[in-house]
Design a protein around this ligand. Sequence first.
Ligand code: FMN
Length: 396
Amino acid sequence: MNRQLKRDTKVVCLADLEREGSRNLSKMIGEYYNEGAMDLITLNDNKAAYDRYSLRPRLCRDVCAVDTSAAVWGAKSTIPVGFAPTAMHAMAHPDGEIATSRADSRVGVPMILSHYSNSSIEDVVATGKSGGNPYAMQLCMVNDWDTNISILRRAERAGCKAFVLTLDTPSLGRRLNEHRNNFKLPEGLSFPNMPEDVDMRNMIQDDPRMTYMSSVSWDTVRTFIAATHLEVFLKGILTAEDALKALGTGAKGIIVSTHGGRRCLSAHVDSGIRRGSDIFKALAIGADFCWVGRPAIWGLAYKGDEGVELALRLLRDELQTTMWLCGCSTVHDITRAHLGRLSSSGEFVPLQPRGKLLPELHPASRAEQISQTTFSEKNKMMELESQVARVRVAAV
Ligand SMILES: Cc1cc2nc3c(=O)[nH]c(=O)nc-3n(C[C@H](O)[C@H](O)[C@H](O)COP(=O)(O)O)c2cc1C
């Protein structure tokens, strides 16, 4: 009585999905997906960061009609979460990103396709046509500018609603598992969003169409954004200083950052989100939307598109339960007042409402005013930055 639907015999949460999905992967592939850079300190901290916050439920709020949906890129998502770009889904399941896309379209959530996907942006977007869920293409800028622009144009033509520029990869992190396991692209797989004649199996590249552009500057970002009508989101921003820089580029939003009180930018967050209550906490702290990476892979490895759908439905069930218990009928009802933290003296302290961080800015004078942001405002941002869930992009 009063129990919720059991969706799978073995998997009732994402931790189960991680275990069951990973069982179906070889050591080389499993460690590529599940591990991160160096000693995995950031990777482990990503998940722990959410556990440092506790919920403050509010009672007697009439939650008969909880609505978990949220807006993203001019569309509605049934939950405030979508799939972040993760490379090479075909190593987890032969249908690769097409399977992920099928599940996304059935559940009605957005998907960001990785530059390093094994399916083309055209095929992936076409799979979701009936669902109406939005897609974005992601790019790590490479040294050959024409290659960057050709990926952008393909995304525009394919019907993407947004474009995600990953800025945290002037170089790849040092992933020890890849060295230990001699990681390589399995036979038969390719990167169809890259120029056809690049050597895709060469892991140590010198082809400018494949090598990361380590010279990317804020001017490069501005030039790229000016070349498209798509909404561009900058991914990998982790400091208030860089969030301020992003404001002047024409970007519509950032993924992973501090959540400045003033919203000239939409603030999305990813890394370490594994439960509906983590999504709730991220929204309470100030995120507009959340993304998950590895859960798509575990779902694929477990049961193809059904496994990916399971991941999304579990997150939705858990978010709905959290909203019920916290007395929130819509995602807009979720506030910082729903969270608290244990202080060093052992008291449980509710999170304080966040003040406005920057003055209201007229767009025309925004850049100038930002450069004049006072020292105390900057300090306040730095303080908030340390409070915000300390999400880190562990592996790209
Ligand atoms: C196996 C793997 C591949 C990834 N590939 C990309 C990529 O191609 N581009 C990118 O911007 N981020 C990439 N990421 C980072 C994800 O977009 C996302 O930031 C991260 O997976 C979120 O953390 P989570 O897996 O803890 O949910 C990758 C992450 C993983 C685990």
